[in-house]
Design a protein. Structure first.
Length: 108
């Protein structure tokens, strides 16, 4: 999940929306990254998701369903919005959860 979030952030940092919109490769790569993030979110244990209540887990999972079943109707602006406005918040939450898990593992 973290690697795919980092990919979205890198694309958003290195490209403009126009680059993204005009490049099928960039759009597909970002859609795939969002799909992997959504699938990973769907498989997280509920107790882990509860430790990051600021993350809209149901929305993340829902976009994955859209990408799998309505991929022909995906608006590039939605994927770009995720990369620009939401990926960094998700990254912070994921890093915190990973750190918490590592801390729990070393405490055991």
């Amino acid at each position: 999940m973290r690697d795919h979030i980092d990919f979205l952030l890198r694309v958003a940092d290195e490209h403009s929306f126009e680059d993204f919109r005009d490049s099928r490769v960039l759009r597909y790569a970002c859609q795939y990254a969002v799909l992997v993030i959504a699938e990973a979110a769907n498989h997280l244990p509920p107790e882990l998701k509860q430790r990051a209540p600021e993350v809209p887990w149901p929305n993340i999972i829902s976009i994955g369903h859209k990408l799998r079943h309505e991929y022909h109707r995906v608006d590039p602006e939605i994927i770009w919005d995720i990369a620009i406005n939401h990926a960094s918040q998700l990254r912070r939450a994921v890093l915190r959860l990973l750190a918490d898990e590592a801390s729990l593992a070393t405490d055991s």
